[in-house]
Ligand binder design. Structure first.
Ligand SMILES: Nc1nc2c(c(=O)[nH]1)N[C@H]1C(S)=C(S)[C@@H](COP(=O)(O)OP(=O)(O)OC[C@H]3O[C@@H](n4cnc5c(=O)[nH]c(N)nc54)[C@H](O)[C@@H]3O)O[C@H]1N2
Ligand SMILES: Nc1nc2c(c(=O)[nH]1)N[C@H]1C(S)=C(S)[C@@H](COP(=O)(O)OP(=O)(O)OC[C@H]3O[C@@H](n4cnc5c(=O)[nH]c(N)nc54)[C@H](O)[C@@H]3O)O[C@H]1N2
Ligand SMILES: [Mo]
Length: 572
């Protein structure tokens, strides 16, 4: 609805989604390799994989529902490899923990690929029949020795070898990654580095073998499939492709030329406001003042707008700058569907009605469309009618929902796309026929020569800073910073730092420190890291112990001190 509203009611090309700040590198990497942006498997496959590799994902704190699947796999004997600069709760339980320096993952994956090739742990038949680009990809890593990788990544050579050996010798495996490797100027490289490991061993499209990115927000997957992006139309169609435009124009009942072309992406919109090219903005479900980088620059843009509307159920930092705030609805107040990290379309139901004068987001959009003279395009009786239009709009696209109905979702506890016809059961495991969605129908290896991060430490800024989440706060915190117990657990953004570095600067847990970066500075309380301790646990681990291990926050050497008089800051 939002995509259609922007194009047909507001008549703007400039619409983008907050996944731009989230999984967009994974989406781009997946499209390059497979021609499709979806996790390859249902997590049922994860439960029976022999080896699981998790890179740049603090799953215990950020995706607790996944933990259940991982433990089940562990109970079946799965080995776990974790790649993260920090000892996260899941890293505590790993068989092999690879503590990379931030920004060096592609060197690690490159060296692992070379080990696979040197030992001939390759699936030659799969590579020959179903992929392209293998030779060039191998050529790009020919000099990536273990010693070289140790030098770059800081991970001991023998541990990289152990990880590659485990991966190489396994019969089945599952690889997952999240923002830790994706939020980089070379996020796509990192994603492709992972995919190369999966393709080299041919472990895709087969039972208990799989690969996928772990999505972020509730509908992070569905939100990036159906025309909510500046270059996209429903069904993952390309807004610059004349045939795709024709098709959607027909579904929407408009002339093809009425659909605007490719617009600006999220941060480009902020730049365009600064250049006076955009003067009005509507923000729905978005708190860019906190979530976009360079907040002073974003604030100046919001102030510069002639007209700014925010649709939110709480007065976020961003909404404070709005001319008009419209009280929208919670997820619990709307009917609809959500597409999970697995690519499974599920129903959500309204449990409560919006209080007071708040209205459902969909009602607000329909009312605005009416007042903008596009009422005839927004005459949906209910959420099922919106979904039924989406089914037709996505038909024939790569993200094909046509065969998914509310009833089928209900009867099957969700349906996996693509699902092209009503008698199609949906596709929990992609690529079983090895027919990839690339132009040549093959999965593509992509060479990943290692390059440095765009910004590296120097004399003036000698330390790496990376960002991450805590279990008790959700994103910009609009919702969780209002809940007392959660605020007690994480009253402030925290800085975590290795004890050796803290000692060097003469600072300790609980200190208030000021961090200067090449962009605005940050005041934060300090929290010390526990240095890495090799896994002291042997399997099987049982019930309560599992939960103790993975449900408590990232290893911190002392509990965070309480600051009872501090209220959570409203404007960060
Ligand atoms: N409680 C809670 N849950 C959430 C969210 C939340 O805010 N709070 N947000 C949701 C959203 S939108 C998202 S996108 C997901 C994010 O889920 P995750 O990606 O799991 O979360 P992050 O904390 O951003 O980062 C993941 C890990 O990457 C590591 N890391 C940092 N730099 C590097 C690097 O260069 N290489 C590697 N290998 N690792 C690195 C960090 O140490 C961190 O442990 O979580 C979702 N779930
Ligand atoms: N420094 C740093 N920045 C980051 C990240 C990081 O790791 N570090 N992570 C990035 C990532 S992965 C993400 S996903 C983005 C998230 O960026 P945002 O999407 O801007 O963050 P949220 O806090 O989820 O803000 C969503 C807003 O929508 C409102 N909202 C929630 N649900 C609804 C709804 O159903 N209807 C309406 N109308 N409003 C709703 C909330 O109250 C909130 O104000 O942040 C990115 N920014
Ligand atoms: Mo995200």
């Amino acid at each position: 609805m939002v995509g259609k509203f922007a194009r047909l009611a507001l008549k703007t090309a400039n619409l983008d989604y907050n996944g731009r700040l989230c999984m967009v590198s994974a989406g781009a990497g997946n499209k390059k390799a497979f021609g499709l942006d979806r996790s390859s498997n249902s997590w049922e496959d994860l439960k029976h994989a022999e080896v699981i590799l998790i890179a740049g994902a603090n799953v215990s704190e950020t995706f607790p529902t996944l933990i259940h699947y991982i433990w089940e796999a562990r109970d079946h004997g799965a080995k776990l490899i974790v790649v993260d600069p920090r000892v996260t709760p899941i890293a505590r339980t790993a068989d092999i923990f690879l503590p990379v320096r931030p920004g060096t993952d592609s060197a690690l994956f490159g060296a692992m690929l070379k080990v696979l090739a040197d030992n001939d742990w390759l699936d030659h038949e799969f590579i020959e029949k179903h992929t392209s680009g293998f030779e060039d990809t191998l050529d790009a890593v020919k000099d990536y020795t273990l010693e070289w990788a140790e030098e770059i990544t800081g991970v001991p050579a023998h541990r990289i070898l152990e990880a590659a050996t485990l991966w190489g010798k396994a019969a089945t495996s599952f690889l997952m990654h999240a923002r830790g490797i994706e939020h980089h100027t070379k996020g796509v490289d990192n994603v492709l580095g992972c995919i190369n490991l999966v393709l080299a061993t041919g472990r895709i499209g087969k039972p208990y073998c799989g690969y996928g990115t772990i999505t972020g927000q509730g509908n992070g997957q569905g939100g990036r499939e159906h025309g909510h992006k500046c270059d996209q139309l429903p069904g993952n169609r390309d807004i610059t492709n004349p045939e795709h435009r024709q098709y959607i124009a027909k579904v929407w009942g408009v002339e093809e030329k009425e659909i605007p072309g490719k617009g600006l992406s999220a941060f480009e919109i902020i730049d365009a406001i600064h250049r006076d090219e955009i003067k009005g903005l509507i923000s729905i479900c978005f708190n860019p003042l906190v979530s976009l980088p360079n907040s002073n620059y974003v604030r100046a843009a919001l102030e510069k707008l002639e007209y700014f509307v925010a649709i939110d159920f709480f007065l976020s930092e961003t909404a404070h700058h709005a001319d008009i705030v419209m009280a929208g609805s919670l997820h619990e107040e709307e009917e609809g569907t959500v597409t999970t990290a697995e690519g499974r379309v599920v129903r959500i139901r309204a449990a409560v009605t919006p209080p007071g004068k708040a209205r459902k987001d969909s009602d607000i959009i329909m009312e605005l469309a009416k007042r903008l003279g596009a009422e005839d395009k927004f005459t949906y009786a209910d959420s099922e009618a919106v979904f039924n239009e989406l089914r037709v709009a996505s038909k024939g696209g790569t993200a094909d929902y046509y065969g998914i109905t509310y009833k089928k979702i209900e009867d099957n506890m969700g349906i996996f796309w693509p699902c092209p016809t009503e008698d199609h059961p949906g596709t929990p495991r992609l690529w079983e026929d090895f027919q990839f969605k690339t132009p040549d129908g093959k999965a593509h290896f992509n060479p990943v020569p290692y390059r440095e991060s765009a910004e590296v430490p120097d004399e003036q800024f000698p330390v790496r800073l990376t960002t991450g989440r805590v279990v008790s706060q959700y994103l910009s915190g609009t919702q969780t910073r209002r809940i007392g117990k959660l605020v007690d657990q994480s009253p402030y953004p925290q800085l975590e730092i290795h004890p050796e570095l803290a000692a060097k600067y003469g600072i300790t847990t609980g200190d208030l420190v000021r961090v200067h970066t090449r962009r605005p500075r940050l005041n934060s309380r300090l929290w010390l890291w526990k240095p890495f301790v090799p896994t002291p646990y042997s399997y099987p681990i049982t019930g309560a112990e599992k939960w103790r291990l993975t449900s408590s926050p990232t290893v911190r050497s002392t509990p965070f001190p309480k600051f009872p008089n501090l209220k959570p800051p409203l404007v960060s």
